[in-house]
Write a protein that binds this ligand. Structure first.
Ligand SMILES: [Zn+2]
Length: 332
């Protein structure tokens, strides 16, 4: 800690103590939190100064990563204060407050879709990420309706600009806004190119030739596709712990054990370069190398790994790419 920071902190402690002391509650109301100031603006109220420092540095390093060559003029001061628990800031608030307090000019790009300004992003790469997340979202939506998704047909343009840091949008928010507008038919939105009838028939026929058993009885609690800005590469079937999980097709078990995020997980290799994954199991009833039949009991539903309640996370991977399992298990 440098001396300037130390003095500021001490000064506030003394002020707090004398105010509090004069009303006689000094022992009860000792400073219990820290206010963090960046460039003279309060950006956070936190319980623990080390955690605050870590969080502030995390925001700075995110900015340095996002905006290459950014120079951040920052003067961070920690003041010891008395705060009640409602005053403690969330990480998101802290991030937004810091960005507003910095008022740094940055090089960014305007992203235009069919001539309409949709966002100011840090780079063209971020714009391309927006497009790719949109494509994934709409291609999954199309798959669910047995349609083929040839792509987004909008004209996308980028222009370099210099703006205030606080004017720059976030990739995830941009995607969310564009999906909302596109679905509601309001501007700015993207144009989605859908397939002709013939192509739809090809896809539907393909799904018919791959016939899968329903891997677990229960209702779908989460679909395949974009969820909270991230890809959910399978479907979640809610069921009670201990309910049976069945192999979707004939195949050979290539994994049965713990996998990060998935908890206890089974992976089966099928013909035609198809694989299926069964996650969050409570019990694994097959071992690597086992040959299984379609509909065979392979494990029990559970909530192991990154899961908030008992369910089966089921994935279908064709030629190395996760596809929407829904049409394969429910539309045969
Ligand atoms: Zn899942």
């Amino acid at each position: 800690m440098n001396s300037k920071r130390g003095i500021s902190k001490l000064a506030k402690v003394i002020v707090c103590a004398s105010v509090v002391g004069s009303i006689g509650f000094y022992n009860l109301l000792a400073p219990n939190a820290y206010e963090v100031y960046v460039n003279g603006r309060a950006v956070a109220c936190v319980k623990d100064m080390n955690a605050a420092g870590t969080m502030v540095n995390k925001v700075y390093s995110e900015l340095v990563n996002r905006f290459k060559g950014i120079k951040i003029d920052k003067d961070t001061v920690y003041l010891s204060v008395i705060a009640n628990s409602e005053a403690i800031s969330s990480e998101e608030d802290i991030r937004n407050n810091i960005i507003n307090a910095l008022s740094t000019k940055v090089k960014a790009v305007e992203m235009r879709v069919d001539g309409n300004l949709v966002a100011i992003l840090a780079s063209k790469e971020e714009g391309q990420k927006v497009v790719s997340l949109l494509s994934t979202h709409y291609s999954n939506k199309a798959a669910q309706d047995n349609e083929k998704f040839p792509g987004i047909s909008s004209k996308i343009e980028y222009k370099e600009v210099e703006v205030n840091l606080s004017q720059v949008d976030v990739v995830e928010d941009t995607v969310k806004k564009l999906i909302e507008n596109t679905d509601k038919g309001t501007s700015p939105a993207v144009k989605i190119a859908y397939a002709s009838k013939d192509e739809k028939t090809v896809i539907a026929n393909r799904q018919k030739t791959i016939s899968m058993a329903v891997p677990s009885r229960g209702s779908i609690s989460s679909n395949f596709g974009l969820r909270w800005g991230r890809m959910h590469e399978g479907i979640d079937i809610a069921a009670n712990t201990g309910e049976p999980i069945y192999a979707a097709m004939d195949g050979k078990v290539i994994y049965s054990g713990w996998a990060s995020g998935y908890g206890k997980m089974i992976k089966i290799q099928h013909e035609d370069n198809i694989q299926t994954i069964y996650g969050h199991c409570s019990k694994l009833r097959v071992a690597v190398g086992d040959i299984v039949k379609k509909g065979q009991l392979i494990g029990d539903v559970g909530s192991t790994g990154n899961s908030t309640g008992p369910h089966l996370h089921f994935e279908v991977i064709i030629n190395g790419k996760a596809v929407n399992p829904y049409p394969y298990i429910y539309k045969n």
